[in-house]
Design a protein around this ligand. Structure first.
Ligand SMILES: [Mg+2]
Length: 225
């Protein structure tokens, strides 16, 4: 479904696209509320009742993704807490073979993530193979604006130099896909099951990738990977 004849650069989201979102969901929905409950001697429900509205307020903005913001706000050592649950970080099925196929095909593989540099570092530490497949890796924190906004796409394009008309974006966030498409990325694809511990999504506004094996680029007439 990806028209590879019109692609030089593949823009790739990290969490929920290349890596299993189960880690992030577990961290924000389970591990962090549990830590808050323990430290503040309140029930888990009370901790969630405090945390979730704060998260809702900044959803989709850079603060949402910013470890420093949350450390200031909650006074919890998030990096330490993330380390404790880091065993859940890993590739989604087929993601590594897909990256290898991209490398063989000569398409550029460029990571574009809303992850804070601290989170990105932790993920690269747990999945060290990832970095080797990437031509570049950009965090929205370096541009001061999240991927949900066109300013991010202006910033990353001028830094990287990719030709907008010859890119494809793979990202599990509908808001990010919409922003990128409106900005000028001609091909955008979502992910059917960002979190392997949860059921797949359906009825999306964008075509969803179910299996990376089915969308690998072709090299000299044969399917790679
Ligand atoms: Mg994502």
């Amino acid at each position: 479904m990806i028209d590879w004849s019109r692609v030089d650069t593949v823009l790739l989201d990290m969490d929920g696209t290349l890596l299993d979102l189960a880690f992030d969901n577990h961290f924000w929905l389970e591990a962090l509320p549990a830590r808050l409950a323990r430290e503040r001697r309140v029930s888990l429900e009370q901790a969630r009742g405090h945390l979730f509205p704060l998260m809702k307020q900044v959803e989709g903005t850079l603060d949402w993704y910013c470890l420093d913001y949350w450390q200031d706000r909650l006074r919890v050592d998030l990096v330490q807490l993330k380390q404790e649950t880091a065993h859940m970080i890993g590739f989604r099925p087929g993601a590594e073979a897909f990256l290898q196929a991209l490398n063989r095909s000569g398409k550029r593989a460029v990571l574009v993530t809303n992850a804070h540099r601290g989170s990105l570092g932790l993920k690269l530490q747990r999945v060290p193979a990832l970095e080797g497949y990437l031509d570049e890796a950009y965090s929205s924190h370096d541009f001061g604006v999240s991927k949900e906004f066109s300013d991010f796409w202006d910033g990353v394009q001028s830094k990287d130099g990719f030709e907008p008309g010859r890119t494809v974006l793979l990202d599990d966030s509908v808001r990010v896909l919409s922003a990128a498409r409106d900005w000028g990325v001609p091909q955008v694809f979502g992910i059917a099951q960002p979190d392997l511990s949860r059921p797949p999504l359906s009825g999306a506004e964008f075509p969803l990738i179910v299996d990376f094996q089915r969308v690998v680029p072709r090299v000299r007439g044969v399917t790679a990977g």
